[in-house]
Structures are given as C-alpha cells and as structure tokens.
Ligand binder design. Sequence first.
Ligand code: ADP
Ligand code: ZN
Length: 214
Amino acid sequence: MHTVLLGPPGAGKGTQAERLKVRLGLVHIAMGNLLREVVKKKTSLGEKARAFMEEGKLVPDSVILELLKNEIEFEKKGFILDGFPRNLSQARKLDELLDKEAEKLDLVINLEVKEAVLIERLKGRLICSECGRVYHKSNIDGPSKTCKDCGAPLLQRNDDNSDIIKKRIEVYLEHTHPLIDYYRKKGILRNVQGEGTSEEVFQRIMEKAVSYKL
Ligand code: ADP
Ligand code: ZN
C-alpha cells in the first residue's frame, strides 16, 4: 500500500502518518524530518536546504529527490509519504519511481483545515527536542516546558513564527494545492476533514482507507 498524506502546513500530516504507520504497519517517510536531520548534521544536502526552510520556501527538487532516493523502500508492505510530493514535478517524479518498480500510488488522503485553525495550531506548536512529540502551548500545564514521555525540553520550530507561517501557507496554495486536482483526476484522492481531535481525524482517515480496500 502506497499512500500520500496531503494538506497545508499544520494540517496534522505528521501526527496522522505516525498513527497510520502503527495501525497499518507501513513505513512513514516525513520529508520535513529528513530535511531537519540533514540540516542539523550540516551535511552538504543540509547546507543546500537550510536557507529555503528558514524562509518557508520549497527546497529545490534536486535536494529533495536525493533524500527521497535513500528512503523509498519498495520491498516492504508500503509507505506513507508526508511532505512529499509538494509540487507537480515531484508528483510526476513519484509516479515515475513507482512505475519503474511496477508499483503505483494507491491512496491520497487530503486533510482539509481552515487557514485560521492552521495558524493557531502552528503558532502555538511546541515539539519535544528528543522524541518529536507535538504539544500546543494551550495544553501545557505549569511553566515546565518538558516532554511528558521523555522529559526533554520542548522547543518551537524556527519556521513556526507568524511571518514564515504565512509564507508557508502561500507556498502551499501556489505549489502544493494543485496536486489535489492531479490526484482527483487519477481517482485516488479522498478528502478528510482535518479539524477536531487527533483521534477523530484518525477515525475519519481509517474509514476512507478501509472503504478504499486495504
Ligand atoms: P509543514 O508541512 O508544517 O510546513 P514540514 O516539516 O513538512 O512542515 O516541512 C518544513 C519545510 O521543509 C518546508 O517549509 C520546506 O521548506 C521544506 N520541505 C519539506 N518537504 C519538501 C518538499 N517535498 N519539497 C520542497 N521543500 C520541502
Ligand atoms: Zn519527548
């Protein structure tokens, strides 16, 4: 099963992909996480990506594809892609890669969330520096900004500030939103209302995934 999670920044792609991974036993490939890793390690790919990410722009396809190449595993049961593809040329490239392996994309889940909600989620988002668990400022009790799971400090992502959030949403609308039409025409798009609790959204996704045929 090869799945893509589509949606604007803050739609909950990463959170839902992790849940799907556990439920369906698939590999989760999160392009944003792969990028943040190489930026942290200061590899040559990381150095190429850093400035684009800081500005909320798309990282050039050449860098993205280089990272993806090492990750996509066709032998396993399948994958959930989150944060890839983000433009039409990446979507075509993915089709090409799958084609070569005589595989295809089975399902694209499009998470729909209003802009005001996205901004509110991203502005208040805190992430555990060790395990990556996501929190929101409004749900943290007391002043101790540490993770309930592992005790590590919670940090705000560099690009989760108002100006860059606005930029990321603009970039999404211009480059990524057209993919909705691309996948609708292929007949594999399923829209899912992405507001509400993480559990509610997960139930909606599972309904679509099951009715799709697993
Ligand atoms: P979000 O979906 O919240 O914006 P991500 O962690 O998926 O966050 O991505 C963070 C940043 O990484 C993006 O703003 C962009 O700069 C870069 N990025 C991630 N995926 C891609 C991609 N497929 N193509 C180009 N740039 C990407
Ligand atoms: Zn943690």
